[in-house]
Design a protein around this ligand. Structure first.
Ligand code: C5P
Length: 298
């Protein structure tokens, strides 16, 4: 069985409060790209994990017990007393520690794939609750559709997103630690954002007008830790015809949205020339209806 774990983008990310346990309350628009990691599952007696692909080396040196894919598989196996194991091959195409939710998306994909592979028939809500215990972004990655996300990531409301958009992703090839970015944000004492009220985007103009009123509240903190982000964002805003340039999640990946694919391709060329050592990837935002790309394939 083969499944794609797409990259996640936060088209906006507002921090609206902080809980007593230190976790931040968010309001965010999550979308997914047609590009992602690949996960292949085959039968085995125990759970094992092989990692390959362009970003494998970064996570391959971590202890397997820390890997979200391994932890998700083990959690599901234990909780449902599954007798079988599984051999999981993770092809890591998404940069690591990059604000693209790679680890969360991998864990969500593995929970969904093993649910089918082991024929457990667990509903998505239960899977999302299990996922939340592993990471705040995982419930939204289980839903895997454009969605407004609230709370610490536990409240996920899918939103119609009938648009076809090209997205250019740029990462300076330097990872950022999510807890460190949240800590830096806390130290800036920025006032919390007020809630935005939106439940539907009538057309692309409405979407962009809305997005332009919003922000990523972690951007300034991430720029303090990784000033390259500022340079990427300025270049995208000044030298390309994008509708929006912003950082995703806790960074450092920045994205630019384009209505027109040719303009996205020109921007890709320009950025690759200007930043030859950065990771630069042109993809599309999935509109949530494209089940052929999202589906599980045997
Ligand atoms: O849940 P996840 O592993 O993605 O979060 C990593 C860290 O980021 C948390 O331990 C916490 O410090 C911070 N975080 C937060 N508020 C959130 C999500 C994450 O403060 N909503």
């Amino acid at each position: 069985m083969k499944i794609i774990a797409p990259a996640k983008l936060n088209l906006f990310l507002h921090i609206t409060g902080r809980r007593d346990d230190g976790y931040h309350l968010l309001e965010s628009l999550f979308v997914f790209t047609s590009f992602g990691d690949e996960i292949t599952i085959t039968s085995a007696d125990t759970i094992s994990l092989t990692i390959n692909g362009p970003f494998a080396s970064i996570i391959a040196c971590e202890k397997i017990e820390k890997n979200l894919v391994y932890r998700a598989a083990l959690l599901l196996q234990k909780k449902y007393a599954v007798k079988q194991g599984a051999h999981i091959i993770l092809t890591k195409n998404i940069p690591v520690g990059a604000g693209l939710g790679g680890g969360s998306s991998d864990a969500a994909a593995v929970l969904k794939a093993l649910n089918q592979f082991w024929q457990l028939q667990i509903d998505s809500e239960t899977l999302a609750t299990m996922g939340l215990s592993l990471g705040a972004d995982i419930p939204a990655c289980i839903v895997e559709k454009p969605a407004l996300v609230f709370g610490i990531g536990d409240q996920v409301t899918p939103i119609a997103f009938p648009f076809s958009l090209s997205v250019l992703l740029i990462n300076p090839n330097k990872s950022l630690s999510t807890p460190m970015v949240f800590q830096a944000y806390k130290e800036t004492n920025t006032p919390f954002s007020a809630s935005e009220h939106i439940n539907r985007f009538e057309d692309l103009n409405t979407l962009f007008a809305f997005l332009k009123k919003t922000r990523n509240d972690l951007e300034a903190a991430a720029i303090q830790l990784q000033p390259d982000i500022q340079i990427i964002l300025s270049t995208l805003k000044q030298n390309t015809r994008c509708e929006l340039a912003r950082m995703s999640g806790s960074g450092a990946t920045c994205f630019a949205l384009f209505r027109n694919h040719d303009e996205a391709q020109s921007a890709e060329k320009l950025l690759k020339k200007q930043f030859p050592h950065y990771w630069i990837f042109l993809s599309e935002i999935k509109n949530g209806h494209d089940s052929s790309r999202r589906g599980v394939h045997h």
